[in-house]
Design a protein around this ligand. Structure first.
Ligand SMILES: [Zn+2]
Length: 229
């Protein structure tokens, strides 16, 4: 391989090693951020479901109190009828009226009981969901914590290596190399059947022969990648 191409290849390997470490760290950090958002959203959902249950429970209590009131009222009216004291017809009307309201309230109490069962079951499932999201957050945090220091150490070593090989890059290649890297392009390309393996542009045979014989360094006119022998 041409000495310039060796230098490009060494620097590219060093840069890619650093890319990989940074990418790994970013993926771990991003997983933690995602898990944190999932926990926050599960917490909000638990709070909402808890408040739904509380609302139903409050309605149940109010209905129970009302029911007790009408049962008492009916008993008192019934007592008037039984003892013959007071206005018999008015007491009869009151008993009938109370009985009808008690019916409605009992139906309402049953509906509320069903609503509460439903709301409690939704709440329980949202609490399980929250516990699962919290466990997931702990797991991704542990993964990041376990790799954080090693990645930093590996990055420091990779940077040192990159600084060691970087000066070997010929000045004539520097601008083009940096440009490829900035545009996140593939720096080294193979030739398959006379075409660039990255962009499929036809590589003039003469160029490829010169690269193969280590006489020159050439780039693909399509993607700009350095042609490998
Ligand atoms: Zn190409």
């Amino acid at each position: 391989m041409h000495a310039d191409l060796v230098a490009i290849s060494n620097l590219y390997a060093a840069d890619r090693a650093m890319d990989a470490l940074r990418g790994e760290h970013e993926a771990l950090s991003s997983a933690v951020r995602g898990a944190r958002e999932a926990v926050a959203s599960a917490e909000a959902s638990v709070k909402l479901n808890e408040s739904t249950v509380a609302t139903v429970v409050a309605s149940q209590r109010a209905t129970d109190r009302e029911l007790e009131d009408y049962i008492d009222k009916k008993k008192r009216a019934q007592k008037l009828i039984d003892t013959g004291a007071g206005d018999y017809a008015a007491a009869e009307r009151q008993v009938a009226q109370c009985a009808s309201i008690i019916d409605q309230l009992e139906t309402r109490a049953l509906e509320l009981m069903e609503q509460r069962d439903g709301a409690e079951s939704v709440m329980a499932s949202s609490r399980r969901e929250l516990a699962a999201r919290q466990a997931e957050l702990e797991a991704v945090r542990a993964r990041l914590a376990a790799r954080d220091a090693p990645i930093r150490a590996e990055l420091a070593a990779a940077l040192e290596h990159q600084r060691a090989v970087s000066p070997e890059l010929p000045a004539s290649c520097r601008l083009h190399y940096d440009d490829l890297r900035r545009r996140k392009r593939v720096v080294l390309v193979n030739v398959d059947d006379g075409c660039c393996s990255v962009c499929a542009m036809r590589i003039p045979p003469q160029k490829f022969v010169e690269v193969q014989k280590d006489r020159a360094v050439h780039t693909c006119v399509g993607c700009g990648g350095y042609i490998l022998p």
